[in-house]
Ligand binder design. Structure first.
Ligand code: ADP
Length: 323
């Protein structure tokens, strides 16, 4: 393989730049050139790309977001549009594609492989940590650290004033950020989409904590649809608890920021391995992290299996040691 393309797709996540950097430098070391498509599949469809060299990925390892841009691209869902895009891609000599994104982006990559026999490699990049076959997606560690620091700061004021906080973290269908943030931030309680909440039990638990003299109460809420987010949860619990509270929505703050060491490491390992495997004429895989080691996982299996099993052990421990 002489030339590859690379794109970031779906939601952006801190560490995507580190993955692009590792992929580009690995490709250059193997004598391959790299087209960096702008704005995910949108740039792929519109044939918008920049030639990436080892120098063009300098000074990005520490930056959040993705310098290539990202998008959700409706046009790409049309097989005719995909066929035209592949023709353009072949015209500029691109033989394989590295896709950094979540399971939706991987579905897109798989259609290119099955319909047009394009070599594709996936790198899981999403703050939600909701891709099957990997212990950690790029961006998750940074997002959880950001949410944890926010909770540390809320706790300062909570301890001083006795205020209760409902803190909404990201995760519409996955409670991973909420579970890990609750554990690491020492939250009083946590609400996740993986569970049907029993409000009476949660309220009693917090009342018990109050009776034991606990002063600051942080309740972490995943933005998940069925519980309705932090405002809805605060409405339900606030009335039962008869305690002054505030709602804090962390929102897109969790998407940004300089990636942690862990995310830079995972991103660098994943970018390098993805390109090495493409160079060896492998296709249809994603790089997963298993037992802290980068491995190749069949992309089809990752997509078909859907979300990984939620870490209910982390949730249980967060609750168990909530005091
Ligand atoms: P993520 O990759 O973060 O899960 P999305 O689910 O929004 O994000 O997917 C990103 C993009 O991938 C979509 O906008 C679309 O262009 C492409 N995509 C998603 N699902 C498919 C599919 N089944 N077939 C083809 N392309 C898809």
């Amino acid at each position: 393989m002489q030339r590859i393309g690379i794109l970031t797709s779906g939601g952006d996540a801190p560490g995507m730049n580190a993955a692009i950097r590792a992929a580009v430098r690995t490709a250059r070391a193997k004598g391959m050139s790299v087209a960096g498509y702008h704005d995910g599949y949108t740039g792929f469809v519109e044939n918008r790309y920049t030639e990436l060299t080892s120098r063009s990925v300098g000074n990005v390892i520490q930056t959040g977001g993705t310098f290539l841009g990202t998008s959700r691209c409706k046009a790409f869902l049309d097989p005719k549009v995909r066929a035209e895009s592949v023709a353009q891609m072949r015209e500029i000599g691109v033989e394989g594609l590295v896709v950094i994104g979540g399971d939706g982006s991987f579905r897109g990559a798989l259609t290119l492989e099955s319909e047009h026999n394009i070599a594709v490699a996936g790198i899981p990049g999403t703050i939600d940590n909701d891709v099957w076959g990997t212990e950690e997606t790029i961006g998750f560690d940074t997002a959880v650290n950001t949410a944890m620091r926010a909770i540390d700061q809320l706790r300062d004021t909570g301890e001083s004033t006795g205020m209760m906080f409902f803190v909404e973290v990201m995760g519409r269908t996955s409670g991973a950020i909420a579970m890990y943030t609750a554990l690491a931030g020492g939250a009083a309680s946590v609400v996740v989409p993986e569970e049907d909440e029993d409000w009476t039990v949660i309220a009693r638990h917090i009342k018990d904590q109050m009776a034991r003299g606990k002063k600051s109460h942080i309740i972490v809420v995943a933005e998940g649809e069925q519980a309705g987010g932090a405002f809805a949860v605060a409405g339900r619990l606030g009335a039962r608890l008869d305690h002054e509270f505030r709602v804090v929505i962390l929102g897109h703050i969790q998407r940004g920021g300089s990636p942690t060491m862990r995310d830079r490491l995972v991103a660098s390992q994943s970018g390098a391995l993805a390109v090495e495997a493409l160079h060896q004429d492998r296709s249809g895989f994603m790089v997963g992290i298993q037992h802290s080691t980068p491995v190749l996982v069949p992309l089809k299996e990752a997509v078909e299996r859907g979300h990984p099993e939620p870490r209910m052990d982390v949730l249980a421990l967060a609750r168990h040691i909530a005091g």
